[in-house]
Unconditional design. Structure first.
Length: 364
């Protein structure tokens, strides 16, 4: 059996801004939260730190700015389940000066969290899957449950600013489990491993499932699946966003796919047909690869900001695939696997956007 070759991702010897084409890059401020650090940074196009927030712990993946100018951050807590990466547990909203204006704790919270249009907050959580539901699972490696023989499933919870739960969705209750078989090379420690939740304009929720390389949309009112796309060639994707043109953009990690040397892609596909409309691949392909985390954001000028998470690399490409801005995080931390500068996601904001409102200036 010929197994795919995994190329080591730690290949960057230069950090900071290493590419910047002023004529083609979209100017703005990029937010970066090192996965193994305790701060969030706003950086300019030259890599200069324009602002930062300090946190009491490492993040529960990332942070992003709200239209109010505040920061929404998740922090990792010691208590609660942790069957896979992405553990959080503490949600905080901070003002520009770091003042905490909202806080909510759920030890099961993991990966993603979003402020909804109605002012509430939705997030993903882990819960123990009942044995009768666990018995209905298909696929994955037999006997690969956690040490207690358990499988962890995902839930969504919407809470008000006062912390009241007003809506919930549970994967093992609201999905037909048999219709969601796991990848043959996955384990049964988790059912689906949801890593992204995005509110759509009509209020429905788009989710990304890593364990079976699937993106779905659930009707917020009925909790039923109304759209689903799946392709094992995506290789257990992360992040997903609805573009203004109606297409879907996401990061295809490219892990556990039978195609030789592993490599990642960023893909845009048509909402109705699922047809691929645009994609980015490294040249050669293996020069762009993150087996986990990562994300992508379409810029107003048509470029795409890409976070190659494992390597702490954030870069911007044109629609033709030309790299016009590139930054490698200089914030390393010592981990069990050595120095690590990983970044879960990165976003860019215009200086005059509601999020920044002119509070910082770029170096010309």
């Amino acid at each position: 059996m010929n197994l795919p070759l995994i190329v080591s991702a730690m290949r960057h010897t230069t950090v900071g801004t290493i590419e910047y084409d002023r004529a083609k890059a979209y100017p703005g401020v990029t937010i970066i939260t090192p996965l193994h650090g305790n701060a969030t940074y706003l950086i300019g196009m030259k890599g200069e730190v324009l602002h930062q927030w300090k946190h009491p712990s490492k993040p529960g993946n990332y942070a992003y700015m709200l239209p109010t100018g505040n920061l929404l951050w998740s922090g990792e807590v010691e208590d609660g389940p942790s069957p896979g990466g992405g553990k959080g547990g503490l949600l905080r909203e901070l003002e520009w000066d770091g003042t905490i204006v909202w806080e909510y704790r759920d030890n099961g919270q993991h990966h993603d969290f979003r402020r909804l249009k109605n002012g509430n907050t939705i997030y993903i959580g882990w819960e123990n899957m009942p044995k009768e539901a666990q018995a209905r699972m298909l696929g994955a490696e037999a006997g690969s449950e956690d040490n207690n023989g358990d499988t962890w499933s995902d839930y969504l919870r919407e809470v008000t600013p006062s912390g009241e739960t007003v809506w919930e969705w549970h994967a093992h209750e609201d999905l037909d489990i048999e219709d969601f078989p796991l990848h043959i090379m996955s384990t049964r420690k988790e059912f689906l491993h949801c890593n992204a939740c995005t509110e759509l304009p009509n209020g429905d929720i788009m989710l990304s499932f890593r364990k079976n390389s699937m993106i779905i949309v659930i009707d917020k009112k009925t909790k039923k699946v109304v759209k689903r796309w799946q392709d094992n060639e995506w290789g257990q994707q992360h992040d997903c966003e609805l573009l203004e043109n109606g297409n879907v953009l996401f990061f295809a990690n490219g892990i556990q796919v039978p195609r030789g040397i592993y490599h990642s892609r960023v893909i845009e596909f048509d909402w109705e047909s699922g047809d691929e409309m645009w994609s980015y691949t490294g040249s050669p392909p293996w020069t762009f690869f993150s087996p986990n985390i990562s994300g992508a954001q379409r810029q107003p000028n048509g470029n795409t900001l890409i976070c190659e998470g494992l390597n702490g690399r954030v870069f911007e490409v044109t629609s033709e695939g030309e790299i016009v801005w590139e930054f490698v995080s200089p914030w390393f931390a010592e981990t069990q696997r050595g120095p690590n500068n990983s970044v879960f996601r990165a976003y860019r904001y215009d200086v005059e956007s509601p999020e920044l409102a002119g509070r910082v200036k770029l170096i010309s």
